[in-house]
Design a protein around this ligand. Structure first.
Ligand code: ATP
Length: 412
């Protein structure tokens, strides 16, 4: 069976991929599941940290687990790595059940936020440490260590820094050495636990693009844990959004942003107007909702809601159009009163109240040609029914809830 890493990484090291995931493990083709989380539950005494997680991660995928502090993402990652054992369910790597296999016998590698490079060794020797310990020059032929280290240093763009010691590198460069070191044994998957958390904001942004480029270049599956939605949206092929031990939704960044499955996902990813309402009926492809003190048509979500059932209407602020005159055309519209305006560079954030007192937020760009508005001004807001989404009823997070949700986890 062809191996993605052979295709992406240069050289002829097909046999170099050790099947340490257990008897009979074989490298999988791109797109096939490399990690299977099979109905996994993890309890710490009575505390349910992960509840029946059930999903697969494909070979070559950049997969992120995203959620607020304490949602169970690190515990899930640690179970894949072998540092924790599932209370129920199984974890399979390349088709083999590894639930009771120790971490160092699993063909995965982990990069932590606080990685430790060997300070007395050069960059080159730091990267060479793993393959030298595994004596791959003996098993795979002389020169294999050098070939791999040179190749990985090139991929992380540190060839010219090979002779330096870690203390002579910037934070971002040190992080790239840690990555090269974790990749040099060609793991089936690289597990990354908030690896950019210790870097400052600018460097973090630069490293997001670097990480994605490196992952594409090596073609190895990356499983990335973060509480930072921007990080997950920028880099991932797919994201699992977790909340209180549950996987709420798995999808591509676009799917999760455009079609969140729940109120939690809608409010955790990007900004969202969320209003409680009641479904009246289906009208062709659209649902009719009693919401904001009026009746509006909206795009139905994945959960069917019966007539008379409680629901939540979601509209992203950038989809809300604001006008002084009543809008024309096939739109959902309500009257509103301006309460606040904030200039945010590319957009003006406009806060308004609907006649029933519900808050409405619009991000208005220059293309809307809006006249200068002041608090107290009466306007009309509108959106295409297709730009809205009907979600199952749930408590709508308050500003305080959101602040708590986005609070960075305490530094260890
Ligand atoms: P963070 O971003 O803060 O690391 P997380 O989503 O990664 O959050 P986990 O570390 O997976 O969260 O923890 C999930 C829950 O399980 C938390 O409430 C945590 O306190 C608890 N937990 C984790 N490890 C243990 C342990 N060894 N013993 C008891 N409880 C634990």
């Amino acid at each position: 069976m062809p191996n993605t890493r052979e295709v992406v990484l240069s050289g002829t090291h097909g046999s170099a991929v050790e099947s340490t995931t257990g008897e009979g493990a074989v490298p999988v083709e791109a797109g096939q599941p490399v990690i299977e989380i099979d109905h996994v539950t993890k309890r710490f005494d009575d505390y349910l940290a992960v509840a029946d997680a059930d999903f697969s991660i494909a070979s070559g995928e950049f997969f992120s687990m995203l959620g607020p502090s304490g949602c169970g993402k690190t515990t899930t990652l640690r179970m894949i790595a072998g540092f924790e054992t599932p209370t129920e369910g199984a974890i399979r790597l390349e088709g083999v059940d590894v639930s009771s296999v120790s971490p160092h016998k699993r063909n995965v590698n982990t990069v932590f936020q606080h990685y430790a490079l060997f300070p007395h060794m050069t960059v080159w020797d730091n990267v060479a440490y793993g393959p030298r310990s595994k004596k791959i020059d003996k098993t795979l032929g002389k020169g294999e260590v050098k070939r791999r280290v040179d190749e990985l240093l090139e991929i992380v763009r540190l060839t010219d820094f090979a002779k330096r010691k870690p203390a002579q590198l910037s934070g971002g460069q040190q992080q790239r050495v840690a990555l090269a070191r974790a990749l040099v044994n060609y793991p089936s998957a690289l597990l990354l636990d908030e690896p950019l958390g210790a870097l400052d904001l600018k460097l973090r942004h630069a490293m997001q693009f670097e990480l994605k480029r490196i992952q594409r270049e090596v073609g190895i599956t990356f499983v990335y844990v973060t509480h930072d939605q921007e990080e997950a949206l920028t880099m991932s092929d797919r994201i699992a959004v977790m909340n209180a031990g549950n996987v709420e939704q798995i999808g591509s960044p676009t799917e999760i942003y455009d079609r969140p499955a729940t109120v939690f996902v809608a409010s955790f990813i990007g900004q969202a107007n969320l209003w409680p309402g009641k479904q009246i009926r289906m009208d062709g492809d659209l649902a009719e909702l009693s919401v904001l003190g009026t009746t509006l048509r909206a795009r139905p979500g994945d959960t069917a809601i019966e007539a008379g059932g409680h629901a939540t209407l979601m509209v992203r602020p950038e989809r809300v159009r604001v006008s002084v005159d009543p809008p024309e055309g096939d739109v959902a519209t309500v009257a509103a009163t301006v309460t606040d305006l904030t200039f945010q560079g590319p957009v003006v954030r406009l806060s308004m109240d609907a006649p029933d007192g519900s808050p409405i937020v619009a991000h208005v760009g220059t293309e809307q040609n809006l006249p200068l508005l002041r608090p107290g001004d009466r306007v009309h807001v509108a959106w295409a029914p297709d730009a809205s989404l009907v979600l199952p009823a749930a408590d709508i997070p308050t500003t305080e809830d959101l602040e708590e949700m986005f609070d960075a986890p305490p530094e260890p």
